[in-house]
Design a binder for this molecule. Structure first.
Ligand SMILES: CC(C)(COP(=O)(O)OP(=O)(O)OC[C@H]1O[C@@H](n2cnc3c(N)ncnc32)[C@H](O)[C@@H]1OP(=O)(O)O)[C@@H](O)C(=O)NCCC(=O)NCCS
Length: 195
């Protein structure tokens, strides 16, 4: 199936994606109703956001609702929540941004906001679902992500989910007072068919 066959590349209107279900978590598109004090607290937690650009923005419930609402009619980005299957708890987000329908590229980002859930393999599981979303549902050719090289857990999760480290941009990010390298992780769709 190509992107044209799904209508993704040519149609207008919002991108609508079915929930993606993994062994322990599912991803579904976020709505303003998912904005909660817990979600806001993630973005105010210095450890959670230390490798994320969102740390440079002041956040409130209102800015967060506006942020989530901004994805609605935008065919170049998607925002999905990660919800634990057993308790349907919102523990993090996964996004697709800068979706380029000329070249079939999407940029993946993720955040597990609930720190109690770190180190359990959830990022790896979410990224496997992101590949399914990007390649099977959006029919993209390539997914990529820029990651601070010292974000060891993130780099490992991307590698475990099938991404490769493609290049290193020297001292591109300022992290806790030190310039650190950024790595570009990439993954290609083996089943991509030109429209
Ligand atoms: C980085 C992050 C996504 C990792 O999520 P996670 O669910 O803990 O990752 P996983 O459990 O899938 O771990 C993948 C691997 O990395 C390792 N790992 C996880 N966190 C690590 C850390 N801080 N230091 C070293 N290794 C780490 C895990 O042990 C696992 O390796 P293993 O399979 O060899 O044991 C999560 O900590 C997070 O959301 N942090 C804040 C936001 C962020 O940095 N997002 C990424 C931006 S690109």
């Amino acid at each position: 199936m190509t992107a044209d066959q799904t209508g993704m590349a040519s149609a207008s209107g919002p991108l609508v994606i079915p929930p993606l279900i993994g062994p322990r978590l599912h991803l579904r598109q976020l709505t303003e109703d998912d904005v909660s004090p817990e979600y806001l607290a993630w973005l105010r937690d210095d450890e959670v956001v230390s490798h994320l650009e969102v740390r440079f923005l002041a956040q409130s419930m209102e800015t967060l609702r506006q942020f989530v609402a901004g994805f609605k009619a935008d065919r170049t980005r998607l925002l999905l929540g990660m919800f634990l299957n057993d308790v349907d708890k919102h523990v993090g987000n996964l996004s697709f941004s800068h979706i380029d329908w000329n070249h079939y590229i999407g940029v993946v980002g993720l955040l597990i906001g609930d720190r109690a859930q770190w180190g359990r393999g959830l990022a790896t599981e979410a990224l496997v679902l992101a590949r399914e979303l990007g390649f099977r549902h959006l029919c993209l050719h390539r997914l990529e992500a820029g990651i601070y090289a010292n974000n060891v857990g993130s780099v490992k999760a991307f590698v475990k989910a099938g991404f490769s480290l493609e290049c290193r941009l020297e001292q591109r990010r300022l992290h806790k007072g030190q310039f650190v390298d950024e790595v570009l992780m990439g993954c290609r769709n083996p089943d991509f068919r030109s429209p």
